[in-house]
Design a protein around this ligand. Sequence first.
Ligand SMILES: NC(=O)c1ccc[n+]([C@@H]2O[C@H](COP(=O)([O-])OP(=O)(O)OC[C@H]3O[C@@H](n4cnc5c(N)ncnc54)[C@H](O)[C@@H]3O)[C@@H](O)[C@H]2O)c1
Length: 223
Amino acid sequence: MTILRSPAGIPDATVARLPLYLRALDELAERGTDVCSSEHLATAAGVNSAIVRKDLSHLGSYGTRGVGYDVRFLAGHIATVVGQTQPWPVVIVGAGHLGSALAAYQGFGARGVKVAAVVDADPDLVGTVVGGHEVRSIDTLSDVIEHGEVSLAIIATPPAAAQSVADALVAAGITSILNFAPTALQVPDAVDLRQVDVAAELQILGYHAHRRQAEPAEEAVLS
Ligand SMILES: NC(=O)c1ccc[n+]([C@@H]2O[C@H](COP(=O)([O-])OP(=O)(O)OC[C@H]3O[C@@H](n4cnc5c(N)ncnc54)[C@H](O)[C@@H]3O)[C@@H](O)[C@H]2O)c1
């Protein structure tokens, strides 16, 4: 028996795993699989199956004991919860190396996002085309946001420009920002801000790689 309920109050950690479950379910659906186990979703999300069951209980979906989860039904429900039933328009600010790579990325559509516009402050870039989008002037930002009904933005500017860009985005009505610039941004509480710091992630991996290399030498000294 599957009961669905309102997703209000889902913990952040659960929300962060829902797209991983959804991707696994979409792949299963494409392969024609009708039912899946919590173990399968657990592997996809890198957690244990008890966490999957707990996560899905927040959606009210308990699956059927001994049978598992209905793949298409659960995928549809998670897609609704994460707002993926219609693509969210996103504006990319900064049409440099990273911004243009993101603008050209073809995979956003399948993940419920579409690039509505790309803007930049460099007059030499305005009017050029990146990833099929004509780069528009940063001066048109509020127009772009208002007319495109955009509520999501990606900041791909140098760090020094990121705070003023964030301020302009918030003033223009943006409520969700994904920031790639390595800057701690200040935004109002009502604005959702997520930070992607690729260099910091690599440093963390570097730390672990360094530890792995050092461990055999440390063990040799101790033995
Ligand atoms: N390139 C990468 O692989 C990478 C990886 C991780 C993080 N980042 C971060 O992403 C950001 C962008 O990196 P990049 O390599 O694309 O830089 P880039 O210099 O190639 O591009 C930055 C763009 O931002 C534009 N810009 C500057 N000020 C602006 C403003 N006020 N309004 C609008 N546009 C403005 C510039 O004209 C330029 O086109 C940086 O903060 C960088 O640290 C980059």
